[in-house]
Design a protein around this ligand. Structure first.
Ligand code: FE
Length: 238
């Protein structure tokens, strides 16, 4: 029986609803008695996060409804689909593309995407000659409004180091092999400036509308660790 004051973690619930069942407030145990026993399917970090959230909630420091609203926002409203819409529009609309490259914050804002971690955006276009890649060497700065929350690997020390030392090797790690004649540029995100890579539109995608083009734009292609998908290719899992 877990210690009193911690909340039970059940294995059959999803995400945040699972930690709303308080434990019995007792330290008495009797393992000989039959008892309901559900195993957590959470990894150790998730268990620690949820235990911390439960304690902060119990002490009145955080409002669970506010946390739920934030998570729901990042699960449904904010994510790479926003960035994909921006890229698709730039692919079909030369004026928007020019605006995006001149003032990414304003162009992206015109589509309703902005706010925290997206206050100062810069778009860097890929071409046959130049491929751009984004990293935050210091921590994990990332354009939340258009890409959502950063993937784990983006925050990892190996990526942050290797992206600078061996960007071509990073691309190979991601299954991308560019011609040796392509120049690689690595952009270091900071608290002040966040970057959006504008990937190249696949030649075979010519003629598709914005909606269908957006389906070819992966999160990784907007970080620069991937390329846009060829039409007919299934979107990889996040
Ligand atoms: Fe950072």
């Amino acid at each position: 029986m877990p210690a009193a004051g911690i909340w039970r973690l059940t294995g059959d619930c999803k995400r945040r609803n699972l930690d709303r069942v308080p434990l019995l407030r007792t330290r008495k145990t009797n393992m000989d008695q039959p008892h309901p026993h559900t195993h957590s399917q959470l990894d150790p970090m998730e268990v620690r996060v949820r235990a911390l959230e439960s304690l902060l909630t119990q002490k009145g420091y955080v409002d669970p409804a506010a946390l739920d609203a934030i998570i729901e926002t990042y699960e449904t409203r904010i994510g790479p689909h926003n960035g994909a819409a921006v890229v698709a529009r730039a692919w079909v609309n030369p004026e928007f593309r020019a605006w995006l490259l001149a003032d990414a914050t304003a162009a992206i804002g015109s589509m309703g995407f902005g706010g925290r971690q997206g206050e100062h955006m810069v778009a860097v276009p890929n071409s046959e000659q130049v491929h751009n890649m984004v990293v935050c060497t210091l921590c994990s700065c990332y354009p939340w409004p258009i890409l959502g929350l950063p993937p784990v690997w983006y925050k990892s020390a190996p990526y942050r180091a290797k992206a600078v030392q061996d960007p071509r090797g990073v691309l190979r790690d991601f299954g991308v092999d560019l011609p040796g004649t392509t120049t690689l540029r690595v952009w270091d995100s900071t608290a002040e400036v966040r970057y959006l890579v504008l990937p190249r539109m696949p030649a075979a995608a010519k003629g598709l509308d914005e909606h269908d083009l957006a389906r070819l734009v992966t999160r990784d292609s907007m970080i620069g660790t991937g390329l846009a998908l060829e039409p007919g290719t299934a979107m990889p899992p996040p």
